[in-house]
Design a protein around this ligand. Sequence first.
Ligand SMILES: [Zn+2]
Length: 864
Amino acid sequence: MKLKHTIKFAMLLFVTGCFLTSNSVEAQNRKKKKDKNQTEAAVAPEKKSKEKTIKDLTKSSKKIEGLFTMYQDTITGSLQLLISEDQIGKEYIHFSQVADGVLDAGRINRGSYRGSKVFKIKKYFDKIEFVTQNTSFYFDPESPLAKSKDANISLGNMASLKIEAHDKKDGLYLVKADDLFLKETLLQIKPPSRPGTPPTAFKLGSLDKGKTKVNEIKNYPNNTNVKVEYVYSSPSVLNGGSNAVSDGRNVSIKVLHDLIEIPDNNYKIRLDDPRVGYFTTQVEDQTSTSSTPYRDLVHRWNLEKKNPELAISEPVEPITWWIENSTPMEWRETIKEGVLQWNEAFEKAGFKNAMVVKIQPDDADWDAGDIRYNVLRWTSSPRPPFGGYGPSFVNPKTGQILGADIMLEFVHFTNRVFYDKVYELATAEEPYEYNDFNEKDNFYCSLGHLMHDDIMFANAVASATGTSDMEMERVKRESMLALIMHEVGHTLGLNHNMKASYLYSPEQLADPEFIKGKCLTASVMDYATLNITRDRSKQGQYDDVAVGPYDIWAIQFGYMPFKTQEERENLLKQSTKPELIFGNDADDMRSPGKAIDPRVMTNDQSNDAIRYSIDRIELSNDLMKTVKDKFIKDDESYQELRRVYYLLSGQKAGAANVISRYIGGVYVDRAMAGQEGAQQPYTPVSLADQKRAMSALNKYVFAPDAFDAPNDLYNYLAMQRRGFGFFRGPEDPKIHNQVLNYQKNVLNHILHPNTLQRITDSELYGNKYTLSSFMTDLNNSIFKTDIYGNVNTFRQNLQLEYTNMLIGMLTGKQSGNYTNNAKSMALYNLKAIRNMANPSGDVSSIAHKHHLRTLIDNAMKEIK
Ligand SMILES: [Zn+2]
């Protein structure tokens, strides 16, 4: 120890000494130069003074050798970069990820990938440029058009750095690199402020270059890694952020920049197909006359058979995963099992042991930010943006996946709930708002959030029905396994398959023997709801414990070394098999009005999602009756009861959303024309099923007693006091508001301009549930049972809201988006309501009906 210190001290002296010497030499040189210039200027103006050498300029710096050799000044920390002549004109990949951030500023969190791009190093007179390349277009090199391939394509000159010194003999250039790394040169980090952002929202200050610094440089032969701590400062802030922000005026975001050599290997690009769900890099063939000139590159690992002659061979290099040393011991085996489940799929694609799992030693000299390692990471963030997240990054020129990580959040196992977000969780939408300005390069998975909700629900079911702790352990294990398989699936290139849950019937899912050991849907890439049976004696598996048939097929498509084009085509032709059903986020129906196929939905389960959802609502209703007895515990506050109340209501609301998608729904088949088993691309949902959905909504969403809970339950829905904080306002439960929100979620979809337009359009091609009959049914559902007598307060709320929505269709801001047919029906319904709402019943009901009539009368004056 002592010896080490002495050496260090001596080195410091030596370095410092050097610096002093070099400084004084420099000063002398400067003086000489000045003198010389004065005397010789007139005589020989072309004669230059001695240029500084790389050696001169790096005397006080530490040399860090690697792909791009760097020099860091030992006094100031400033950086210089060495560029060799053979690097000029060459392309490299820039990839970045957040090492640590704050979620207040958007999705800027540990491990979040910011995408990769190709840049070229160029020399322009005395400057070195870093220029972003365009990888979106393909020109057939045989076509003369290829000569014009650069037309109207803008490249991005990120930096133009002055050459400080040039070593002609070794072909080296030295440039200052502080501007490259200490500014947002390589990457925009701070999200732009969006129009409409409230002035009270949390904002990052301006980038303070003085405070921004390099935390670490790691240099390897194939990549240079620089970790930069960006500091955003503002002298005063209105919103200081959450508890995770220590000082809202000075916020640090740490970003890892990787400059990577483009791999020189046998990787073969693979083009995408609409029948399988891979992440892709989109490329357009500019020399093709096809109406689908797509050459989209599938994202996949470079797997090569060690023995190509064997039907099943080990790969030359497997995909190796490391379990981060921060992972709880008790979960390591399950995580490993989840990763290795994919080997079954790879075997069908010709690879044995394609996936390998290792555990990061506690004394490892590398960390998860090192792109040479694929790491299963584990964190417990203050406001977790996900339960799991599986990003990968690729060579944009080929689609080859170069690295991946998986982030897991401890929240998965907790009963932590963010109360102010509870209503939104129920909508089964992306529950956390985020302002990601670079969607293209970012991919987030919210399976973990939905799953977390479901696990808490399963927990509540188990507690209420006296299920054993063993059963709860099973829920945790199976859901963990499913989550790992899902996130690993993303890192293999697969995107979501939200249609997969359409595989089994409710009976099959309630048959423990039938589903044992299976994936409960066609694919682990779905967001199906946990399989929880209302009849507890039929409870089998809760979640997937194996990859699904679609997953195996998709891995074959992505990884099988096809010998011929025919082999590939034959595999794709199987897409019409029921177990290979596929529909991804592009078509999913999470948001109201967004997509058209009700099967492509999150939070659903089985090939009869209407029936399955009704079962879930009934199960929640069962529990609601006894919730007060089951969840009030002596010597504890009522927080747990309140949480479970919102959880049960949320499950009902989520199930109602699933049902609503069948109204105006159109099934989509993406098979190619003439493919065996193919159906026509668009087939409207049958009249029977649309009617079934409507009558379920009538009973479970709109009816006067749809959200009934025992009245004395409300007296107990209290939060535990913590300091002075009750989040956004008074603590009392906002029961009417909450119920109305659930009802509005459904109305927002079935009255969405897209849905109403589709109902009318699809009447032309097979839809038998016409706009007029649907709108009449809806009006009846919301008014008929009680408008002639007493109307309870839930119904008053619903009736007014719905009436306002109809008026909005005619005179509101969105009215321009509605078709004339829809407007006519809105007007027709308003007149019907006006006729029905004769003042009658108790005073509250009379007041309500007067209110309805006044709204309609006033609206009629505005309608032109
Ligand atoms: Zn996902």
